[in-house]
Ligand binder design. Sequence first.
Ligand code: ADP
Ligand code: MG
Length: 155
Amino acid sequence: MFQWICQTPDETMALAEKLAEHLTPGDVLTLSGDLGAGKTTFTKGIAKGLGIKDVINSPTFTIIKEYHGGKMPLYHMDVYRINSDEDLGFDEYLDGDGITVVEWADNIASWLPDHLLKVEIEHLGETKRKVSLFPVGERFEQICKELMNDENTCH
Ligand code: ADP
Ligand code: MG
């Protein structure tokens, strides 16, 4: 497990932006944390790192939002209202040509790939957050190590 303490929303975004530099098409990230923890803020950082200029907001009522126009597409899913048996074409996104970020990923556990990066955000104070990355698979492990050694991210 890899942890960072981010003191401001900008630090959280900067960490996500750095992470995005390491991602390649087909990568899947799961985001967990309470309401207001910073999941959408983290996703904004990913989008920024991919060079996406659109405004990112919570996909709660749309389930899946697609953002094009960056280095590769970003698929932002909020599957809070979904149960695993439903097939909403998740494969098309998860095996696709872009990065998929999933909130409430437990609800679609059976669709998720073997290798992914779990991101957990915890509220520590007004603007203080703990961001934990749990890599599943060798490649994500390596990415986390490189991020950890990056002096430009919060620590
Ligand atoms: P979630 O998607 O988890 O519900 P959001 O990203 O929508 O959370 O909201 C997080 C809120 O907390 C935003 O208003 C953001 O500006 C604020 N915030 C304060 N400090 C931080 C921080 N260090 N990291 C992320 N968000 C922060
Ligand atoms: Mg959100």
